[in-house]
Design a protein around this ligand. Sequence first.
Ligand code: PEP
Ligand code: MN
Length: 345
Amino acid sequence: MLVVMRQGASEIEIRGVVRAIEARGFKAHPIPGVQRTAIGVTGNRGAVEQPVFESLPGVLEVIPVTHAYKLVSREVKPEDTVVRVGNVPVGGREFVIAAGPCAVESLEQTLTVARGVKAAGARLLRGGAYKPRTSPYAFQGLGEEGLRILATAREETGLPVVTEALDAEGVDLVERYADAIQVGARNMQNFSLLRRCGKAKKPVLLKRGLAATLEEFLMSAEYILAEGNYQVILCERGVRTFSDFSRNTLDLAVVPAVKAVSHLPILVDPSHGTGRRDKVAPMSRGAAAVGADGLIVEVHHEPDTALSDGPQSITPAAFAALMDELRQIAPVLGRTLPRPAVSPG
Ligand code: PEP
Ligand code: MN
C-alpha cells in the first residue's frame, strides 16, 4: 500500500502518518518525490484499513500497489532513482561505465588496468576480491588483500570501487573498503545476503540470476529496499538458454521491461552476458540503445593469462575504442558520456 501525501505536506504530518503505520506493526518507507512525498507500507499481510490513513492530516490518497514488488515499483516512486556510487551518479543523464578486471590478481595488475580504464573514461572500477567460481579448485580471489589493492587503486585513480560480497558475513569487510557492494548472479536469491545488504550504508549492485524472471529479479531488489537501503542498481548479465554460441544470452529486452515498472537504474554486463571478447563491443552498443544506464565491463591488460574470465575480457586499448564509439552514440540517445580528463604529466 502507498500513502500519498498532499503537495506541501509538513514534516509533522509526514511523521504522524509514519507513526500511525508503525503503531499497527507495519514498516513505513517515506519516499520524497519531486511533487510530493509518498510513504510505502510493507509488513502488512492483508489489506490495510484504507480509510484510517486517508483521514490523517496531510494525506491526499491511499492506493493499493498492484505488483508483488512494492518499493522498487514505479507506482510507489514514479521518478527515476539516481544512485550515488562514491561521487558518481548512476541512473541520471550520464551513461556510466564501470570497468576493470574480473578478479583482483595483484597490485600491479589492478593498477595497470585501473589506469587504463580511467584514461579511457571509465567512472567506476570493478574487480572481485572474492570470486564465486564453478570449480572449488579455481582461483577464489585474494580476499582482504584484494580489497586493500582495490582501495589503493581508488586512491590513485579516484575511481570508486564496485566489488562482490559472497555471503552475509562477508559484507562487513566489503562494506568497509568498497563504494558499492556487488551481489553476484549466483547469489541473487541468497536472502540472508540480500537482507544484510539492506542494512548496509553503501549502494548495492544486484546482478540478475542465471535463470531469474523479471519478477524474481525485482523481488530480490525489494528485499534490499525493504530493509531500508534504497540505493540499489540492477544489472543484466545474461541468462541461460539453449543458445550455444555464447556463454549466456544477454537479455537486453529486460532493460525497457525494468524501466517500465521500476524506478531503479540498470546496468548491462556485456562480458558475462556473452562470455566472448568479440561480442562485448556490439552488445555494449546495443545496451546503450535500449536505454541502459551504463555498463560493467571486464578489462585485462593480458587477458590470455587472466586468472578468471580471460576469454571475455577486453584489453585497455579495445576498451578505449569502445568508449570512443559510445561517446558518439550517447548524445543521440539523450545521454552524456564525458571525455576523460587529461591528467597532467
Ligand atoms: C563478476 O562480475 O565477475 C561475476 C562473477 O559476475 P556474475 O555474478 O554475473 O557471474
Ligand atoms: Mn567475471
